[in-house]
Design a binder for this molecule. Structure first.
Ligand code: NI
Length: 191
């Protein structure tokens, strides 16, 4: 898949719940490969950003599959880990605000509150159950991706907070943005 296969707001599918995967098989694994190629193709088109993760709904496949980059700090390492039917079984730590972007929200960043630590349950690509703890940026990314499987986009967490909206300037720095303009032009909300 290519970056053109990625859907973005206001596509209403991004606000729908994804279906649970009942059997992990070659079709599931092919879908994961498609998601990885779309994420990498998107990244190749962006000078200042990486594809940290992607949910299947973002390539218009309403299934509970997400891919998460294994190394956020090394742009050369393009390995992704797939989580199937991921769930947060426990929220821990504190609520912290930090920046998030999304391949399905064009040119908008937000300062989003998230839990600093979580416990996660999912299936791996062999259909085996995995349980693990995550914290920091990884915990944030997993919360963002699991939101996608529930039809929630990061802008939904900050919709009435204009000062939480940012954009990247040409040098790759985040700067406050014109809230009314991004909400209206980006058609970020349904109503
Ligand atoms: Ni996203």
């Amino acid at each position: 898949m290519k970056k053109e296969d990625i859907i973005f707001l206001p596509n209403p599918h991004l606000r729908e719940k994804s279906r649970k995967i009942h059997v992990v098989n070659d079709t599931t694994r092919a879908a994961i490969d498609d998601m990885v190629s779309a994420a990498i193709d998107w990244e190749d088109s962006r000078p200042h950003e990486i594809s940290a993760a992607l949910a299947a709904v973002q390539v218009d496949k309403l299934e509970r599959i997400v891919i998460i980059r294994t190394d956020f700090d090394n742009k050369e390492n393009r390995d992704f880990t797939a989580l199937i039917n991921p769930e947060i079984v426990k929220y821990e730590g504190e609520i912290l605000e930090d920046f998030e972007g999304c391949l399905s929200v064009k040119n908008v960043y937000g300062k989003v509150p998230r839990h600093s630590k979580i416990r996660v349950k999912a299936l791996d690509i062999d259909g085996k159950q995995v349980r693990f703890k995550a914290e920091g940026f990884l915990a944030r990314v997993i919360q963002h991706e699991i939101d996608h499987t529930k039809g929630i986009v990061f802008v939904d967490h900050i919709r009435d907070i204009p000062e939480a909206f940012f954009e990247l300037d040409d040098s790759g720095e985040l700067k406050p943005t014109d809230y009314d303009k991004v909400v209206n032009e980006g058609h970020l909300y349904d109503d």
